[in-house]
Design a protein around this ligand. Structure first.
Ligand code: NAD
Length: 370
């Protein structure tokens, strides 16, 4: 079997603590299942700044480009508050996303039955929820030009951001959404604001054309993004895959994420275009949460978001579907047993450390795959 090359970037704060729990699972899979993971580690964020004076070095960037997948912990912390803007820890994350050309951001919102009580919504609304938001990540209003603030006299200023989308950008992101829907419940809902935005008119048109040309087996619906926000909190289980632009995706994925309870539970994946020769996509997997400086070094962080990001890597970069399912099932089993880190702890549950949570998930993975 060819080696599966993983570039591991633990980063700062709780990053090294949570990635260590994934390493335990990878080591066991290599030893017991001959999974063939070749893991190399690098530095990113404040850790890279301290060592190299950059948020990610050119040498590590090359390793990220050469890897089959990048597994990223978290970056940032008060220690680096005063470093120059272009060298701040987050600049490392932005460079990785940009240089790997990761245009598709995948954020699942899964509500584990055992945690349905921790949602701010009614239990019957969220229990068993499993949706996937596909957000366009490299275009739209965050990057469009002109992007300016100008003095227009009389004590007034004018701020301009520009929402720009070209056909190819909408085609490729909707293609990712349709392909992912085929591996799930085969339904895509596209969200934009075609009633007030030209980019919404084009978005709607191109998604429909892409659907008709290549994915007519998938059920496609369209919804205005504001109505989509309402529906997400009213009855989120009506959705399977949602595809939307950078700005709406930023907001809607945060709304969807919070349906599920804690920040320590949320994984993500970012994918690039398929390579012309190998057909493999560049990919980076990371939890949604940051470096949590308030709890770093205490061994109490929840490693589940990181472990679930690893499960996404198994699924999307290595097509190890059985193993991905097993890791996700292992997380659900551990939660069913009432094992909890502090952030998701409730009365009567067993409170465990980061390492104990990692060990509990590994034990379930071993039982399911061993
Ligand atoms: P954060 O996500 O780090 O923390 C927010 C709160 O959630 C904190 O109270 C933290 O203790 C808690 N939390 C987060 N992850 C947790 C986990 N796995 N287990 C238990 N509790 C968890 O966000 P923040 O405090 O706004 O930012 C802290 C630093 O992280 C900043 O420097 C910020 O720039 C950076 N950041 C990095 C990323 C990233 O690396 N992708 C994302 C967001 C923020």
């Amino acid at each position: 079997m060819p080696a599966r090359k993983i570039f591991l970037l633990p980063g700062d704060g709780i990053g090294p603590e949570t990635t260590a729990e994934v390493t335990k699972i990878m080591d066991w899979m290599n030893a017991s299942l001959s999974s063939g993971f070749e893991v190399e580690s690098g530095l990113v964020g404040g850790a890279a700044y301290d060592e190299h004076g950059e948020a990610v070095s050119d040498a590590d960037m090359e390793k990220a480009l050469a890897a089959d997948a990048v597994l990223f912990g978290a970056v940032g912390g008060p220690k680096w508050d005063d470093v120059p803007y272009e060298k701040r820890p987050e600049a490392g994350l932005l460079r990785l996303r940009k240089d790997l050309a990761l245009f598709a951001n995948l954020r699942p919102a899964i509500c584990y039955p055992a945690l349905a009580d921790s949602s701010s919504l009614r239990k019957d609304v969220v229990e068993g929820l499993d949706i996937l938001i596909v957000r366009e990540l490299t275009g739209g209003v965050y990057f469009g030009e002109p992007k300016t603030i100008t003095d227009i006299g009389n004590g007034q200023k004018r701020a301009i951001d520009t929402q720009v989308y070209d056909t190819y950008e909408i085609e490729r992101i909707s293609g990712v959404a349709f392909e992912l829907a085929r591996t799930r419940s085969n339904r895509v809902c596209s969200m934009e604001k075609r009633n007030v935005m030209k980019s919404g008119v084009l978005w709607n048109e191109v998604v429909s054309q892409t659907h008709k040309a290549n994915y007519s087996d998938v059920e496609l619906t369209h919804m205005l993004a504001d109505a989509g926000g309402m529906q997400l909190v009213r009855w989120p289980k009506q959705f399977d895959v949602i595809v939307t632009d950078n700005l709406f995706g930023d907001m809607l994925s945060d709304v969807a994420a919070m349906l599920t309870g804690s920040l320590g539970m949320l994984p993500s994946a970012s994918l690039g275009a398929p390579d012309g020769v190998t057909g493999k996509r560049k990919a980076m997997y990371e939890p949604v949460h940051g470096s949590a400086p308030d709890i770093a070094g205490q061994g109490i962080a929840n490693p589940i978001a990181m472990i679930a990001s690893f499960a996404m890597m198994l699924r999307y970069s290595f097509e190890m579907i059985d193993e991905a399912n097993a890791v996700e099932k292992a997380i659900a089993n551990v939660l069913d047993k009432g094992i909890r880190t502090g952030d998701i702890w409730t009365e009567g549950a067993q409170k465990v450390s980061t390492a104990e949570m990692g060990d509990a998930v590994l034990a379930e993975v071993q039982a399911l795959l061993g």
